[in-house]
Design a protein around this ligand. Structure first.
Ligand code: NAP
Length: 462
């Protein structure tokens, strides 16, 4: 019997749909179709590719309500945020349409040759293994630059957002990209991912997800000697120094932690605050976190939706209870909300120290950990005390001092007085257990190109 992948509404527990998973034969046919189409696509001109990206942007904008509702229903994102996600995808398609010619332009290099330059040629078909937490954004930020660079794309999306995977494939095709250039693979068995990586028709793989999945995919890619880009977890520090205007910073702190109900790799997770201002910060935080509106993700006023999967409620609750048992102080929240759906109360824990799970593990839900720093030096030490290194933010009245202090934190991004966010204009990615390689900007586009040296001289004459 063929396997089925099912999706469920995390706010109501109701089943949404069943999707037939690929068997070996249909997988083989899908790989062949994408490989064949990519061989033609790699020769298309850049203006044409740019036009298709603009078409895709327009489709996403025109259909924003449909796509946003799908996101909310499948993984529980509050619909106001889901709309923002879809519109950011459209903006990113436009961004790459604007820049594809510039980013892929050959770069002249002076040598002894008559002409020599660096060319950015397509690498082939790229497999993307993607997570559920930004089901459109994660895919489009891969697909827009990768297809524009002349490659084909295969998507193995998280099972719980299979509807989004199918809808994205449809939007890309309706934008005018050749059929099969970008293919959603509905896969019920992770071992099939390793087979796809090993397949000669696949050139490279990118994964956004947990360390476990990253290690598994990197291992398979290593065996096949294929390139990988890994975007993994994060436990970003949000550092508030003594000279910060704490009252002004507090709403940014709430946004940084509770966006997407806390289920973002980029969410600030460890709040390291100077002892001089921590009491004021905690008081303001408690008031604002308790005012967050929990409810149906489809209600435009909802700020906190359900967690995407049932098991996540148990996992986040265990991290909270274990941290409390080790001495953390519960300021607010700290409980699951009874009834249908995977709801967890927005939580603030104070007196958090580095040996506690809420400090040294990634917390993927609405839980804010507050740690006290004795002074600025101690704040930077605590901020850098993590196995992750995705991003960091520092809040201080002295912006230049903040940039300098940020050198003491090892991370893929540093924001001073701003909530960390991905932006198509800036490269995005991590160090340490947060992964390697970059997405977005010119660096993200070049990851899946063959950076080729061209050297040409005149025919030597006898
Ligand atoms: P996950 O369980 O690792 O799943 C991510 C994707 O990998 C899904 O498509 C999943 O498929 C697949 N997968 C899981 N195990 C696999 C294996 N052994 N072989 C092949 N594929 C496998 O992660 P998640 O729970 O969806 O996402 C949360 C994690 O992603 C967090 O750690 C978060 O920080 C990280 N994340 C990082 C970024 C970033 O840019 N750095 C962005 C977003 C999320 P199934 O759904 O079928 O299991």
């Amino acid at each position: 019997m063929s396997k089925v992948v099912s999706t469920f509404n995390p706010a109501t527990d109701e089943k949404l749909a069943d999707y037939a998973a690929l068997d070996r034969d249909s997988l083989n046919a899908a790989l062949q179709a994408t490989a064949d189409v990519q061989r033609e696509w790699r020769n298309t001109d850049l203006k044409h590719r740019a036009q298709l990206l603009r078409n895709l942007a327009n489709i996403l904008r025109d259909e924003v309500e449909t796509h946003a509702a799908l996101i909310s229903n499948e993984m529980g994102k509050p619909v106001s945020e889901a709309r923002g996600e879809v519109l950011k995808c459209a903006l990113t398609c436009d961004f790459y349409a604007d820049h594809v010619e510039e980013y892929l332009a050959p770069k002249p290099v002076k040598t002894e040759a008559v002409t020599s330059y660096v060319a950015y040629e397509p690498i082939g078909v790229v497999l993307a293994v993607m997570p559920w937490n930004f089901p459109y954004w994660q895919v489009i930020r891969f697909a827009a630059p990768t297809l524009a660079a002349g490659n084909g794309g295969l998507l193995k999306h998280a099972s719980n957002v299979t509807g989004a995977a199918v809808a994205i494939e449809s939007a890309i095709e309706r934008a005018g990209f050749p059929k099969h250039l970008f293919t959603t693979l509905v896969i019920a068995d992770h071992s099939m991912v390793n087979d796809i990586i090993a397949d000669k028709r696949v050139a490279a793989v990118t994964l956004t997800g947990s360390e476990g999945a990253g290690a598994s995919v990197a291992e398979a890619a290593g065996r096949a000697l294929k390139k990988t880009v890994l975007e993994l977890g994060g436990s970003d520090p949000f550092v508030i120094l003594a000279d910060a205007d704490v009252k002004a910073v507090t709403p940014f702190a709430v946004k940084a932690r509770f966006i997407n109900t806390g289920q973002s790799c980029l969410c600030a997770k460890r709040f390291v605050v100077d002892a001089a201002v921590i009491a004021e910060f905690e008081a303001g935080l408690k008031t604002q976190v308790e005012a967050l509106k929990i409810g149906s993700p489809l209600d435009p006023s909802t700020q906190i939706g359900p967690l995407a999967k049932k098991s996540f409620v148990d996992e986040i609750d265990k991290q909270v209870q274990d941290s409390i048992a080790m001495g953390a102080r519960l300021v607010t929240g700290g409980y699951r909300i009874e009834g249908p759906g995977n709801f967890y109360a927005p939580t603030v824990l104070a007196d958090v120290t580095p040996e506690m799970p809420c400090f040294n593990q990634e917390t993927f839900g609405p839980v804010l950990a507050l740690a006290k720093a004795e002074n600025t030096e101690d704040a930077i030490r605590l901020a850098d005390l993590s196995q992750y290194g995705l991003a960091a933010s520092i809040w201080t009245s002295d912006m230049n001092a903040g940039i300098e202090l940020g050198k003491g934190i090892n991370s893929g991004a540093l924001f001073i007085n701003g909530v960390v966010a991905s932006d198509p204009r800036l490269p995005f990615g991590g160090v340490k257990l947060s992964g390697y390689g970059r997405e977005l900007s010119i660096e993200g586009m070049h990851e899946f190109t063959n950076v080729r040296a061209i050297w040409a001289g005149a025919m030597p004459r006898s």
